[in-house]
Write a protein of this length. Structure first.
Length: 338
């Protein structure tokens, strides 16, 4: 029997996860939950996704909007084998007791605290840690990108130290209320940023420092990466290693892809839904070695790179597949890989 999956929260991440779940041959989307009847609720209805009210007191609002409900979020969780909580940061922690009441394993997103869950998760880094767990946190977009990069480097060469500067988008395209506008902010102004400690929830022994800047852009994050390796491969060998990673895209030299805007155009030209980029995008020309120090630039699409990770986490907590099988199946069904 296919794994019955509920998605609580149908916004930026939730709607993408719901779409990805429907593509899986071993999963069935039980339904999605929304707090209010907006255009995303109408989208779920148009796709035939059973829609549940996340807040019982607002059922009448859906009725007034002419949107049919299948029930309440309590009923949705009860019907599921696993629930993906894609609610805004902090709400997942409030929902934990609901999932426990129904003995339903839950996946949370990177905005929740690591101590809320049994383990944090990245498919490439620590899939096995989530097998059979009740509460799993799929780490944030930036941590997902860093984990995908550092895992093969650690396995092949050993990592002595990682130093990363994250140039962070100010908000997602639809977040009109967020800034900064015409500004560049240290974010946070203290060191390290939260990303380094977050990577340590996947790789506890990794020595990593991170700092962040927030800029007035909405398209993607960009990382400036310096990794001191325990050996001294040449740049071509490192590039070849990274090219072998299914969720890393090495942007070819001569492609005229000079930044995030061109990357988004590249994805849309190739028919990606919503222009999504599930892969780390590393500029091949930036992969450089100076002694044992590796340098590179990578871009991370904050709206979508965690989507395949959520699908893999569903299989991990339900024991439906091992890491290699799950990653391959997710990549094929979702369409990961340029």
């Amino acid at each position: 029997m296919n794994v019955q999956v509920a998605v609580n929260g149908y916004g930026t991440i939730g709607k993408r996860v719901a779409d990805a779940v429907t593509l899986q041959p071993d999963m069935e989307l039980v339904g999605v939950a929304k707090t209010r009847p907006n255009h995303e609720a109408e989208l779920a209805e148009s796709k035939g996704y059973p829609l549940y009210a996340a807040i019982e007191d607002r059922i009448d609002l859906f009725e007034e909007a002419g949107i049919e409900l299948a029930g309440t979020v309590d009923e949705l969780v009860a019907a599921a084998d696993v629930v993906v909580d894609a609610c805004p940061s902090g709400i997942g922690a409030e929902n934990k007791s609901l999932y426990e009441d129904h003995d339903t394993p839950a996946l949370y997103q990177g905005g929740e605290d690591a101590d809320l869950v049994d383990t944090s998760f990245n498919a490439r880094g620590n899939f096995a840690d989530a097998v059979g767990a009740d509460h799993v946190r799929v780490v944030s977009c930036n941590t997902t990108g860093l984990s995908r990069l550092l895992a093969p480097l650690e396995a092949e060469y050993g990592v002595e130290k990682a130093r990363v500067t994250l140039i962070r988008r100010g908000g997602d395209p639809a977040q009109s209320g967020r800034g900064p506008i015409n500004d560049i902010l240290p974010n946070p102004v203290h060191l390290p940023s939260h990303h380094g400690p977050d990577v340590n929830t996947i790789f506890p022994d990794l020595d990593i420092d991170t700092l962040g800047l927030k800029v007035p852009a909405t398209l993607m994050h960009t990382h400036s990466v310096n990794v001191t390796l325990e050996s001294t491969p040449d740049a071509d060998a490192v590039a070849e290693l990274l090219e072998g990673e299914s969720r890393i895209f090495l942007i070819p030299e001569g492609s005229d892809i000079d930044g995030a805007g061109a990357l988004k155009e590249f994805a849309m030209d190739r028919g990606r839904p919503r222009g999504d980029i599930w892969e780390n995008c590393i500029w091949r020309e930036s992969v450089s070695m100076e002694g044992s120090d590796l340098y590179l630039f990578q871009a991370i699409h904050q709206e979508s790179d965690v989507v395949p990770e959520n699908v893999d986490a569903i299989r991990a907590v339900t024991g439906a597949a091992d890491a290699e099988e799950s990653i391959a199946r997710t990549n094929e069904t979702v369409g990961v890989g340029f």
